[in-house]
Design a protein around this ligand. Sequence first.
Ligand code: NDP
Length: 265
Amino acid sequence: MTRVTAIELNNGEKVPGFGFGTWQLEEGNEVLGATVEALKTGYRLIDTARIYGNERGVGEAIRRSGVPREEIFVTTKLWPSDFGYDSALRAFDESMQRLGLDYLDLYLIHWPGQDKQKRQEAWRALIELQKQKIVRSIGVSNYMVEHLQEVVKTSDVVPAVNQIEFHPYIYEEQKPVLDLCKKHDIVVEAYSPLSRGLGLNNITVNDIAQRLERTPAQVVLRWAIKHNTVPIPKSVHPERIKENFQVFDFELAAEDMKILDDLSR
Ligand code: NDP
């Protein structure tokens, strides 16, 4: 089985370089089946969130997969309506109860939200959870340059991860965030790396895929990996879950990277 190389985070922990997304997988059999399939295929990072409403199924899949807990990197996220110090801690406890886990690998602030003060209180709560070692790493999601600058300025703890939308069609727009994350040693996780399936018919992507005897999904996932991000594609279909994972045995030449980069211009 393919083993995904781990990437070191700025707190010394490690994150697998590739993961499985679970947004829109329904609680119950759907998320359970797809997540077990992903774990059997070799995925070792599972991404969920309180707002996806499927944490129970994700936890169940982890237990049923037969893969040891310590080999799996589990992420869930705090929704802005739970911002504030006490509410964040409460929301975390509830997520952990649904997941049925005794520690979490990564807890993310899902969106920056509108309330700066409550966002900062939420971040303090995450720092406390990390101190207690119940969460190994903490990070953020959908943080743009201003939000990253804020957290770096107002806190001693720099997020280990920023999970943002990242695929060829949004490359140019996200480049400033990517550069700032690099400066602070923040690992970027690429969400919607398949542009939610919408950009896979693009003729340029298909030309490259055909030439390399790969699928369009594999080409854009490879592209994201080559940009040093951690892609977390989602699929409910076993054959696509496998297809999306077959991205470690080919390369994209610099010219093809450039062609894909330019799709966002
Ligand atoms: P993706 O870019 O992963 O695309 C998923 C879509 O592509 C689904 O419709 C899926 O359909 C389809 N698909 C999957 N594989 C293939 C394939 N090989 N060929 C053709 N179509 C394919 O979108 P997501 O938005 O789901 O992003 C991935 C994950 O990122 C989420 O599940 C979630 O965990 C995370 N995320 C985080 C956000 C945040 O705010 N932090 C926001 C959005 C996502 P099917 O299932 O039918 O195969």
